[in-house]
Structure formats: C-alpha cells, structure tokens
Design a protein around this ligand. Sequence first.
Ligand code: AMP
Ligand code: MG
Length: 334
Amino acid sequence: MDVYILAIESSCDETSMAVVKNGCEVISLSITTQMDTHAKFGGVVPEIASRMHTEVITLVLEDCLEKANMKIEEMDAIAVTNKPGLTGSLMVGVEAAKTLAFLYNKPLIAVNHLIGHIYANNLESKMEYPLLALIVSGGHTELLIMEDDYKFKRLGETQDDAIGEAFDKVARVMGLSYPGGPSIEALAKTGKHTYELPKPVKEQDYNFSYSGLKSAVINLVNKEKKQKKEINKADLACSFQEVAIDELVRKVELALKNTNIKKLVVAGGVSANKYLKAKMEELCKKYQASLLIPRMLYCTDNAAMIGAAAYPKYLRKEFSDYSLDVSSSADICS
Ligand code: AMP
Ligand code: MG
C-alpha cells in the first residue's frame, strides 16, 4: 500500500512543506525563504526567523496540499524536523506538526535535519548500502559510513567551523552578499587560484578544520585594507573555494581508499557548489565509485527530504508522542 507523508521543515530560514509518497516520490513541495530579510543583517536573525515562520506556515500548508490535490485526511503520517537548528524556528514546525497529528489523528514522526539532507538522495535514486556520506552544510561538516537505513558510523567531523560557515564568514569580510556560498562560487568563476592560503588540516585522519583557513582570509583582507591595497576579490574567492573544497576531496579520497566503499553521497547546502560536484565526480571516476548528489532544489533546505527520511521510521512505526521536543544540536550517530 502506498504511504503518503506530509513533511514540515522550519529549522532555519526556510518554511517548507511537502507531500512525499513512499519516501521517494515528491507529490508536492512548497518552500518560502526568508533569505532576503536576513541578507540585510548579513546572517539569520533567530527572533525574526521564528516570527516569519509563524506568519507563513498556514499558507505554506494550504499551498502544499493544493499543489498535491490532496487532503490531510489522506496522509498516513505527519513528519517534522525537530533537530538540529534554531530553537524558535524548530518550535514553529513542531507545534504545527503536533497540532495536525492531534486534529487528524495521524502518527507523528520526528526527523533529524541532517539525516534529511542524506535521504534527499532517495528522491533521486534509491541509496544502496554501504555508502560514504559527506554532510557539508552551514553548521556541519561530517564524513560518515552508512551501513544500512539509519545505521551511521562517523569517520570524522569538523573540529571547529563548518565549511558553509567558513564560506559565509569569508564572503562577509569580502563584502559579498549573504548567503556566502553562492556569492563566492559566482565570483570564483571569474578568478584564478593566485592567493596562497593554508591547507586546513595536515593529519591523515578524517577530521576537518576550517577556522585557520577562514582566519587567514580575514587577516589577509584586513592587512590589504590597512595598507590601502586592492585585493583581487575574484582571485581570493577562487583560492578560498579551491582550498576549502580540495580538503573535502582529500578526506573523501582517504575514505574511499581505506574502506573500499564504492558509493558516495554528498548532502547539505554546500553540495550545491559546482566546483565541489566536478571534483567529486573526478574522484569517484578514479575509484570507480558512484556519486549521488541531489539536484539543487533538494540540496538546500526543503521538506521533501524530511518526508524521505521519515519513511523508514514510518515502516518501523517509530512514532513520537506529543511530548516531542526540539533541540538546537544533534548527534547523527546516537
Ligand atoms: P544548509 O546549512 O544545509 O542549509 O546550507 C546552507 C549553507 O550552504 C550556507 O553556509 C551556504 O553558504 C552554503 N552554500 C549554499 N550554496 C552554496 C554554494 N553554491 N557553494 C558553497 N556553499 C554554498
Ligand atoms: Mg540544512
């Protein structure tokens, strides 16, 4: 029997709902973003974010159901992101999900946002295990082995800043618009790798570090400013992007070599980066591994990925009760 899940995502600055069939088919997807509002402040302002979620959540629900041409009565479950993310933002989605689950007597499924990013790949083609999963987002940089559905083993993670955070902060100091990732990528296209920047971590383990690289760029920009010298922004964007992403490639290569796993999944907002995609494609070709990166729409925050990640939990009847809480942090492996 087909399973229809109504999924809700509101962990940061996107309010999104989706109807997902059998964990892999997107029947409808609605997303509203607050990006323009937060761009004025150079980053997400949590209080504004939660207020804006409250303002639009009912409209997003109506739009999503209308697009699906379905009613809530026809859903088999309500799924929602409850961690990690901004506490106030998460609460808006979780309260909406609880209300709908209670009113329509539907099971409630809690989904970890990061696991959602990985399961976004099931919207493209079914993930086969074991696989290597690289999560690259605004708050996380992790390399995992996924042995089966919901079975994760961490190989490494960032010791300080996440890669997306480094993109955002570097963009800010260079005077580029928020979010920094797409701004740096666009500018990097017209530049060359001319600036010598420190490679993040030299050790042969799977951990990452981005604060040294970020600080090096910030120091360089400030020094040039003081000396009234012009920096070549395009070249600096290109140099930073290549060093940051080449480090991901180096760690993934180590993992492909050591584990002999032949599948790589890349997830999270930074996976929208085309330089990253090209480098990972090249690497996978070298190791005869297959690469799965969702299309742009499913790379960035969306509720369809939450519906995909909720499906295995639905099959196992892993439901939450109305005491479901939110959490700003979350460990994928516990
Ligand atoms: P997420 O945390 O998964 O919502 O992803 C948001 C992060 O992805 C932010 O730090 C963005 O700057 C980053 N990002 C989005 N698009 C790109 C891109 N094309 N290149 C690099 N980073 C990106
Ligand atoms: Mg995200």
